[in-house]
Design a protein around this ligand. Sequence first.
Ligand code: HEM
Length: 441
Amino acid sequence: MQPFEPPPGPRLPVVNAFRLWRDPIRFLLGLRRRYGDVFTVAYPAFPRLVYVSDPELVKRVFTGDPRRFHAGEANAAVLEPALGPHSVLILDEREHMRQRKLLLPPFHGDSIRAYGEVMREIADREIETWPVGRPFALRPHTQRITLDVILRTVFGVRDAQRFALAQRLVDEFARRSHAVLLFPALRRRLGPLGPWARFERARDALDALIYEEIAQRRTELPAGERDDVLSLLLGATHEDGNPMSDEELRDELVTVIGAGHETTATALAWTVERLVRTPRVLERLRETLASGEEEYLDAVIKETLRVRPVITDVARKLTEPAEIGGYTLPAGTFVLPAIIAIHHREDLYPQPFEFRPERFLEGQGEGYTWIPFGGGVRRCLGASFAQYEMRIVLRAIVERTALRAADPRPDALRPRNITLAPGQGARILVNRTQKRVRASL
Ligand code: HEM
């Protein structure tokens, strides 16, 4: 083993954080051009992050031994206070697989098709509230859709009053989580009105609702007729024959809300933001959907997740030294597949800044060159769910509205919790909405 030698990279943490915030794509692409496929960046809270921006090396990180590449430990530093100790996102190795195995079947492609009708109903209802002839930011509306979809399909909440309560509690929990997750220094009591106390109150209120829901659902078992994810998990057992405990269920439900609704809402907002600035693509999408074809819609979603990947990088913490791209990295190093930099490599995607879904019809995006959902045994559990939901909601928007950009300038990419969201919220102008004409699932 060679002596440890950090890959090269820029050294001034505050300057790096500012440049990342101002334009993450150009910042990371510039570093790759200057330093090569593997480079180190120092940020104020993270003194040494090693980015990897080559698909072959990323494949090695994603498919490497999960005992050496800990994703859970890397995620836990930020997410544990909100998600809890049983969350699939923060566990590693055997414990991680134990949870993941139970969560996989309900999120499998075949299982989620049952949710199509309810997703469409929620999208239709939301579209009817959109103002006509007056510009507005789309993102809060896509977030309303994706939260409602999770509450209905994952939690299985049906009662209108409890549904409204759940919406309120999740919103409050999300709002109170931002600061304490991003700034660990705030995770201590600074009086009853401090950020930590407010966060704890919001978390306890949401937990109380979740535990009530679990208790009530347990009394309703056997749950044969219900197809929501909670009901499916209540009926599932670990390999040792034990069912999931209430605490495990709570942590996985909160994980799915946390990982699932804000990401998909942002991805939907970006898709529309790109579409209204590329009228040729919007027109082709409209025509192909009208002719009953969905291949182009899939390509539009893939192209959006390429140019605006929502989550720009994922992390693995080394539990022992590893050689990556010719560098020997010590245990404890955070290695980050640089999703957004790979997606903008000119050699992989010619004219990488152009929004051109056709490239996915022509076979680009193979292997580890398209990685918006991460990879390996940690690949996003909700990847099929998210893409299916995006297909349904986008179809509803395109079928039912005539829309254009409220401002021709593109939205900047701005951090919003763990995602990069449209800085202006994807402002659009809807000229008219149509009644839903037919069920198109
Ligand atoms: C467009 C929307 C979404 C994007 C871009 C996205 C992206 C990601 C990424 C990058 C990861 C980390 C993968 C890795 O470390 O290799 C992840 C993990 C995860 N996602 Fe998603 N996600 C989305 C939607 C969802 C949805 C809808 C759900 C659930 C309904 C979900 C549930 C999860 C879970 C549970 C994990 C942890 C998997 C594990 O550690 O084993 N995600 N997602």
